[in-house]
Ligand binder design. Structure first.
Ligand code: ADP
Length: 485
């Protein structure tokens, strides 16, 4: 479809109980194209009453969906996977329009995001329990798994499709019903996804979508409602903390995918070609706006000059522009606030003595563009070594020996992912043991995979998404004892 037809085909209302409805207040809010600043759509601005109506619908649909045979739930998800793949070009274009990533990357996200539907369609029939004699030999212990209940899924704007499917697919596979609250900056992809899920046969009320410009106000009463049993959130650590506090009252199950501050460590025994390729992918994928984005490039002093020279050469070949334009590799940031934040972090580092190898400033003109940047010799007290940059800025910090590399890499309260480049197997194994992160790329710059347990340590969050672990986040365990027969 062309852009206008596609935008016209995306629903602009709330999806509650299988019906598309306007917000109870009639209010709407605008969705922008960050490459131009233009408003591309107006969608319903859901109210507290709408949020509660969605929870009503999810609660009513829960017993039926929970009792639906796993194979049937699996088949719905599998049909959704096929439908999503058949609409890959449209979904990719929609993401590029509302979020800004280059089309090729958006297509990559459709492939990745769709995979959660297929993966969890395969996991649904494998929800298993146990039946064992107790150690005393006096009884039988039966362990069964049950869906936790209606879930609130709050997603961020940086991966509009994949963050939605990564939560919706395991929830539905487990037999849970959901209220999805997409990021207000990128609601269109989730609305379009809802049409595909409905077409795939998701029953009314099992999936509900609430768009709103005021997430805090709409989410809070849902979190206080005893019918809600689970919160899954991906976003900033600041908001995640607040939601955890709100979830405490209802003792909700929570999954929290929060911020990161990924170290990318390159030893002098690394394959430098590979390390440079990995660095470019780990940094510039999604214009640096990923919680898994490498935030600190920690490079052994003997190769730091060569590494910096090579990445700078690569970055200078990047083409910045609207993601729909052929050949563009760097799209806009999500909004002007993001540009201002990145600019502030770069200025701070440069003010402390970092060298600008390339880039180093916002791009003049319309749209939220920041030039792809490489900074060398970033001083240890620079703010960007502690904060998530969330932009196309590759910051290099030299180190001398392995202990120092570990110390610098671990010098953060986050612990989502780390990247290590070395051809020395023993060193690689030591780094697996020593780096405090929930995930690691060893000679690899991108780790995401629907089959892998994605998640962080420490302030990066709680729980895992994807893999065999992902479905358990939506299941609760029951143990039953019966006497010896
Ligand atoms: P980011 O910094 O990536 O924009 P946020 O944590 O602000 O991340 O947002 C992630 C998601 O959380 C979005 O869907 C946003 O609407 C939602 N959100 C933001 N604040 C709150 C809140 N107080 N309560 C519930 N959801 C919120």
């Amino acid at each position: 479809m062309n852009e206008a037809d596609l935008l016209a085909a995306v629903p602009d209302r709330l999806f509650i109980g299988g019906r598309w409805r306007a917000a109870s207040t009639g209010a709407t809010f605008g969705v922008h194209d960050p490459a131009t600043g233009a408003v591309v759509a107006e969608v319903a601005d859901g109210s507290v009453a709408d949020g509660l109506a969605a929870l009503d619908a999810a609660d009513r649909a829960f017993p039926g969906w929970a009792a639906t045979p796993a194979r049937e739930r699996a088949e719905v998800l599998r049909r959704a996977f096929d439908l999503l793949r058949s609409r890959a070009d449209d979904v990719a274009l929609l993401m590029t329009i509302e979020m800004g990533k280059p089309l090729a990357e958006a297509r990559g996200e459709v492939a990745y995001g769709a995979e959660f539907l297929r993966w969890f369609s395969e996991e649904a029939p494998r929800i298993q329990g146990r039946y064992d004699p107790n150690p005393e030999g006096t009884g039988r212990m039966i362990v069964t798994r049950h869906p936790v209940g209606p879930c609130l899924l709050i997603t961020p704007w940086n991966f509009p499709l994949a963050m939605a499917t990564r939560k919706i697919a395991p929830a539905l596979a487990a037999g849970c019903t959901v209220v999805v609250k997409p990021a207000e900056l990128t609601p269109l992809t989730t609305l379009f996804l809802a049409t595909l899920l409905a077409e795939a046969g998701v029953p009314d009320g099992v999936l509900n979508v609430i768009t709103t410009a005021d997430a805090g106000t709409v989410a809070e009463p849902l979190l206080r409602d005893p019918r809600l049993r689970k919160l899954s959130f991906t976003g900033s650590t600041a908001v995640g903390r607040r939601l955890l506090a709100q979830a405490a009252d209802g003792v909700l199950r929570t999954s929290m995918e929060l911020g990161g501050n990924a170290p990318f460590v390159v030893f002098d025994d690394a394959d430098l070609n590979r390390a440079v390729d990995g660095a470019i992918a780990a940094k510039f994928r999604n214009i640096g706006q990923a919680c898994t984005a490498a935030n600190r490039f920690i490079v052994q002093r003997s190769i730091v000059e060569e590494f910096t020279r090579r990445v700078t050469g690569r970055v200078r070949t990047f083409v910045t522009g609207r993601g729909t334009t052929q050949g563009v590799t760097i799209g806009p940031l999500i909004d002007d606030r993001a540009v201002a934040k990145v600019d502030h972090l770069v200025r701070d580092a440069v003010g402390r003595g970092a060298t600008v190898c390339t880039g180093g400033a916002p791009v003049e003109g319309p749209g939220a563009f920041y030039a792809a940047t490489v900074l060398g010799d970033v001083p240890p007290d620079s703010a960007l070594l502690r904060a998530e940059i969330f932009g196309p800025v590759l910051a290099v910090v030299p180190f001398d020996d392995e202990d120092e590399a570990v110390r610098v890499a671990n010098n953060t309260e986050y612990g989502l992912v780390s990247y290590v480049y070395t051809e020395n197997l023993a060193r690689g194994q030591r780094m697996i043991e020593r780096l405090r992160t929930g995930m690691m790329g060893l000679n690899v710059g991108v780790v995401s995979n629907a089959a892998a347990p994605f998640g962080g340590w420490r302030l990066s969050g709680l729980g895992r998404e994807g893999g065999a672990e992902g479905i358990h986040e939506y299941l609760q365990t029951k143990y039953t004892l019966t006497p010896d027969p």
